[in-house]
Write a protein that binds this ligand. Sequence first.
Ligand SMILES: [Cu+2]
Length: 156
Amino acid sequence: MRSDRRATFQLALLGFLGFVLFLGAFLLTTGQRRMQEARQAATIMRSLVTLKTKAGYFQLEIWSDPSPPPVAQLHTWTLRLLDGAGQPVEGAKVTVDAIMPAHGHGMPTQPQVKPLGRGLYQVEGMKFSMEGEWQVLVRIETQGVQDQAAFSLKVR
Ligand SMILES: [Cu+2]
């Protein structure tokens, strides 16, 4: 009788410990996933670059997804185009290209730009074939106005 009770108690204790372990593991992984998601959201929100075009006609803001831009991996950029007064520019012809000045080569892809509305443009087909210093060139043409912006980008 006595050993029976003890066995039951030990079993209950084991069960309880198992439950605590399970709960701990569950909370830990959930917490980690939450943190990872928050970090991802933060990096997606943070723009890669904000700059004014050469002749000053436009302002550009660019986001990369994933961010920072990965090495040798197709990915997407989103670009916001504003005029000098800060108003969204619709229907512009935008091209994005990049070269590696130190090596004399460009990207293995020809990124395609499509308008998303509200001055936003999606750039599909971004791919930096190797790590190092790249020079990105954005050309904008709209209603007879032409302008461009260049910036350097360290990919690693
Ligand atoms: Cu190179």
